[in-house]
Design a protein around this ligand. Structure first.
Ligand code: SF4
Ligand code: SF4
Length: 375
């Protein structure tokens, strides 16, 4: 449904009013400082946001630094995405209790999905949520738990004012400014006109918040300022995914690069855990001594030997085959399954890889092989 976009201007000293309006719509979760990184946690007021902090990222490197600009959203991304809120790391599917007569009764433990406001969704993470929507809601098998959480999520996007050295969203069809899929989108502006936010609505729910705040209409100078913020971030992006990589990987099954990258890869699973789109899962059954059985779903990773274990052995027994499976799925066969890339270019897998392995460099190494990838 086409929704008319409305824009307004909120001075930075009114950010608490926005947080208050959002809190009337659900638990607000947003960026907070935690254990030396920017993570997500409950936001009760604007003072919970990591104002005055910025991040420096490179392959295998993440550092927080003080930032004299004193912006509320003057950083790029932390390790955590919004994935844990929509696709929890552990979810109870059902439980059953044995009765004295030996029969079993299923226990109704379905949790009500919490209504949450995600404050500060970067455009790459918005794109990742759209990818997970296709996987969990629009494929042949729908996930009702994801559907309930997603329906109750209110998304507040934030334009990126700076890119990390690990970002490559612009070569994955994205960019530093959110175009769609949000309820509200903020762009933080700090210039001669003052410290303020351009607020755009992307849904009826978002327009209601904007109306509640009685935010004055934005001026052309504000909208141009927002364009400049996004353009400056885009200009900082130097990493790229090679064009046509999906087709290259289809013929790259036996490429020697898989063994080379496996000699560095620790199969630690970090890349899949921080990835906002990876959805490998395992199902575990447990019983307690009182006769109650539980079936839980938990995150898994295609980098573990156990994930592909069937009938006495792992399909992906070597690290080389696991890396190949992960990258080929993300960048190529995901299109066959879901009609989209499985990668949005957020760069988390590069930053949080302890071996500093870079998916764009690995893709380029395969794409650049003279004569194409061997088969
Ligand atoms: S590519 Fe890096 S993060 Fe991923 S499993 Fe290998 S060592 Fe771990
Ligand atoms: S594969 Fe890496 S860059 Fe792509 S979405 Fe996942 S974590 Fe981000």
């Amino acid at each position: 449904m086409l929704v008319e976009t409305r824009t307004g201007i909120l001075t930075a000293d009114r950010l608490d009013e926005l947080v208050g309006a959002l809190r009337r719509r659900g638990h607000v979760v947003g960026p907070v400082l935690r254990e030396g990184a920017i993570s997500y946690g409950e936001i009760e007021s604007a003072s919970d946001l990591p104002r005055g902090w910025t991040d420096r990222q490179e392959a295998g490197t993440y550092r927080l630094e003080r930032d004299p600009r004193e912006l509320y959203f003057g950083f790029t991304l932390g390790a955590q995405s919004w994935k844990p809120y929509l696709f929890p790391p552990r979810l109870r599917l059902w439980s059953a209790r044995r009765s004295d007569d030996g029969s079993f009764a299923a226990l109704d433990e379905a949790e009500e999905a919490p209504g949450r406001v995600f404050l500060g969704v970067r455009p790459c993470d918005l794109a990742a949520i759209a990818v997970q929507d296709r996987v969990f809601l629009h494929g042949p098998h729908q996930d009702p738990d994801y559907g309930r959480r997603r329906e109750r999520a209110f998304l507040v996007a934030v334009t990126c004012g700076q890119a990390a050295a690990t970002c490559f969203c612009t070569s994955m069809g994205g960019g530093p400014r959110a175009e769609r899929g949000f309820d509200l989108a903020l762009t933080e502006l700090s210039d001669e006109r003052g410290h303020r936010f351009l607020v755009e609505s992307g849904s009826e729910r978002g327009a209601e918040v904007l109306a509640e705040l009685s935010a004055p209409e934005s001026a052309a100078a504000d909208r141009e300022g927002a364009e400049r913020v996004a353009a400056a971030a885009a200009a900082q992006i130097t990493r790229r995914m090679p064009a046509g990589i999906a087709g290259v990987l289809r013929g790259g099954y036996a490429h020697p690069r898989w063994d080379e990258v496996a000699s560095r890869c620790l199969a630690c699973t970090n890349c899949t855990l921080v990835c906002p789109t990876c959805f490998c899962m395992a199902v575990e059954d447990t019983t307690d001594l009182e006769g109650t059985a539980h079936r839980d779903r938990r995150w898994d990773s295609c980098f573990t030997a156990g994930h592909s274990y069937i009938h006495g052995g792992s399909v992906h027994a070597s690290t080389a085959s696991r890396y190949r499976q992960w990258m080929t799925h993300k960048l190529s066969t995901w299109f066959d399954q879901f009609g989209t890339s499985g990668c949005v270019g957020c760069g988390r897998c590069i930053t949080w890889c302890p071996a500093a392995i870079d998916i764009t460099a690995e893709a380029a190494a395969i794409a650049d092989t003279p004569g194409g990838a061997t088969c």
